[in-house]
Design a protein around this ligand. Sequence first.
Ligand code: 7R7
Ligand code: ZN
Length: 261
Amino acid sequence: TGNHWGYGKEDGPTAWHKNYPVAEGDRQSPIDIIPNQTSHDSSLGPIVLNYDHCTSINIANNGHSVVVEFEDSDDRSVIRGGPLDNPYRLKQFHFHWGGKGCHGSEHTVAGNSYASELHLVHWNAVKYKTFGEAATAPDGLAVLGIFLETGDEHRWLHMITDALYTVKFKGSVTDFKGFNPKCLLPSSLQYWTYLGSLTTPPLHESVIWIVVKDPIVVSEKQLGKFRTLVFTGEEEDQRTRMENNFRPPQLLKGRKVRSSN
Ligand SMILES: COc1ccc([C@H]2OC(=S)NC2=O)c(OC)c1
Ligand SMILES: [Zn+2]
């Protein structure tokens, strides 16, 4: 189809600008975060997550990643504080990861990438009526980015990885109730924040990024289960392993990255 995009040689990040010229815009994501070039801002308060009444609905393979969707018809699960002027509603979370033995985070830290990156996507329901409207507004979205590194097994990630076999193919969706993503966060929520964009087409420049400094630790075995997913649909004869679904760092173009204390 016309706007088909992916992570391959022909349809990958270097080609996205052809159908999505904003790919070469002034506030694109991800970026390389250089800690000693960030500005510490003591006015940046802590991030507050109210996820206690969050309602996960399903887990799906959208042909680009594995996504867990949440009920977002009210403020039952929100993020607030930090750089945010309003509470932002949790809409979904998903991951980006590399191939076996390769790293696949989107943001990098002083040129170093992590094995994977979790994105918790929230939208400003105070100012905008729908996620779609918020996704095109400069202060419409807030994405919490969490790095994953490999080491010991993560005690709760099995709840996600045990469900991955049910969403192997693009377009598959299965019920996924009662999951609270708070269990996927590191103990410290110290963060960097900057103004950026969605990291896949349509690449809207609508994201207030909050990138948590400390990674969580997951096992290579757990990460390997993400690579059992495929980009392609069950009906297609091709089975293209879902891996390296990350966009590389983009130019900072004069933006400031602030650091919480
Ligand atoms: C809920 O809708 C979404 C969520 C995330 C993205 C991408 O942007 C970032 S951040 N990660 C991505 O994969 C998106 O792109 C169209 C749409
Ligand atoms: Zn993402």
